[in-house]
Design a protein around this ligand. Structure first.
Ligand code: AMP
Ligand code: GLY
Length: 425
């Protein structure tokens, strides 16, 4: 069968790479893809939000399954549109994708499902929010724009002044545009963060191995927030007992509650968790694979991903065998452009890609690259996701950084401590 992957980042490169390995797959198309996804199949120059053209392409190229990477097309209703056209697609409906697209909806589901999460209140104006902040007497809070804000709509505050300022940025300065028309104020939690993802058809849940992202730009989790500077899997801080607890107390009740709310969920349910001294708390849900968590996750997954995603799209996940994993660890280091997550320049040729890719147990997934006159150049903030396997996470880290050392372009940089928070067991 032919597969269409929608998106253009490192997650989509990893998806295309993994899906292509299925003996059932003839051809993988990636829309629009990047300079790396060309290695796995054919790039199709159609924007991820241009549903009519994507549907026409899928029909005329006998696409048997479409897999959607990013949240934007999901929350704009790509799954509803493909289904209405009679096409098989993996991902949540527009209504169910609100779990990520609306922080208020997400909180309402969490509370209805009795899933542990930070206490919160929702607001739609500055005055009420500030009145509420006064009652908190300086308690540390986090302020979140309700809508999608490209991962930037969350402001972690240190005290009252800071929180008032954050509310002003959202409500008066409209820093996140319409995404900030509503916002929530929630209690600020502390602890390590972990990503637990599951594949679900709305009835059966297949939990993936735990991973950990590194959201801050610089070593030691300092500097501004980014889309994620690296990830590894498995994350030992979520042991088997905790993973089981999360499945029972977080994922299962969420899927049931979404069913009861009339928004059955098919796709990737990604719980962003904080492991507090009181136990795991859900910070947010995403409705798609994490980027970069997807890269080390799929690097370790042995099961044929086409079989599982197709079964989920068909609503027969209960018939699948349990997932099989490589026992080794995987580490993914993100290489970024100078200036990211602020402004950066594009178009610098990248050297060393082939040398890095030739190393054993290494794959360089492309995130923001394109081809300019035969050269592969940086074309985004996060540019490459250098991923490696190793007998332990420490060994995988060593292998990943060895590959990183082969690659460079003007101003390229990365964190040097990806996976250091792992507690080797
Ligand atoms: P989110 O987009 O909701 O995952 O938030 C982005 C980042 O903000 C998270 O990865 C956390 O580091 C931080 N964050 C979100 N909610 C909280 C919270 N309630 N307490 C502390 N940090 C938080
Ligand atoms: N790795 C964080 C995200 O995909 O949202």
């Amino acid at each position: 069968m032919n597969i269409l992957v929608v998106g253009s980042g490192g997650r989509e490169h990893a998806l295309a790479w993994k899906l292509k390995q299925s003996p059932r797959v003839e051809k993988v198309f990636i829309a629009p893809g990047n300079a790396g996804t060309e290695q796995e199949g054919e790039n199709v120059p159609i924007d991820a939000l241009d549903f009519p053209r994507l549907i026409e392409f899928a029909k005329s190229n006998k696409v048997g399954l479409t897999v959607v990477g990013p949240e934007a097309p999901l929350s704009a209703g790509i799954v509803d549109a493909f289904k209405a056209a009679g096409l098989k697609v993996f991902g949540p409906s527009k209504k169910a994708a609100q779990l990520e697209a609306s922080k208020v909806f997400c909180k309402e589901i969490l509370v209805a499902a009795s899933v542990p999460t930070a206490l919160y209140r929702a607001f739609n104006n500055e005055r009420d929010a500030v009145t509420y902040l006064r009652t908190l007497q300086g308690m540390p809070v986090v302020i979140k724009a309700d809508g999608l804000a490209a991962g930037k709509g969350v402001i972690v505050c240190d005290g009252y002044e800071d929180a008032v300022d954050a509310v002003h940025r959202l409500a008066a300065d409209r820093e996140f545009g319409d995404a900030g028309n509503r916002f929530i104020i929630e209690e600020r939690l502390s602890g390590q963060e972990a990503s637990v993802l599951a594949i679900t058809d709305g009835k059966t849940i297949m939990t993936l191995q735990p991973a950990q992202d590194h959201k801050a730009a610089h070593d030691g989790d300092t500097g501004p927030n980014t889309g994620g500077m690296g990830a590894y899997c498995p994350a030992a801080l979520v042991d088997d007992a905790m993973l089981h607890w999360i499945e029972e107390n977080v994922l299962v009740p969420t899927v049931h509650t979404l069913n009861r709310a009339g928004t059955p969920f098919t796709g990737i349910l990604y719980a962003g968790l904080m492991l507090t001294p009181q136990g795991p708390r859900v910070l947010e849900y995403n409705v798609r694979f994490g980027d970069p968590e997807c890269q080390p996750l799929l690097f370790r997954l042995k099961t044929d991903l086409v079989d599982v995603l197709e079964a989920a799209a068909d609503g027969r996940l209960d018939q699948c065998e349990p997932l099989e994993w490589d026992d080794r660890g995987a580490v993914c280091v993100v290489m970024a452009s100078e200036g990211y997550p602020g402004s950066y320049r594009k178009g610098y040729p990248i050297s060393g890609l082939e040398e890095a890719d030739a190393l054993p147990n290494v794959k360089v997934f492309h995130a923001g690259t394109n081809r300019v006159k035969g050269n592969i150049c940086n074309n985004g903030g996060r540019v490459l996701d250098v991923t490696a396997l190793g007998a332990t996470i420490a060994e995988a880290k060593k292998n990943a950084y060895e590959a990183v050392s082969k690659i460079s372009w003007h101003g390229s940089w990365c964190r040097s401590d990806i996976s250091d928070k792992n507690k080797e067991k």
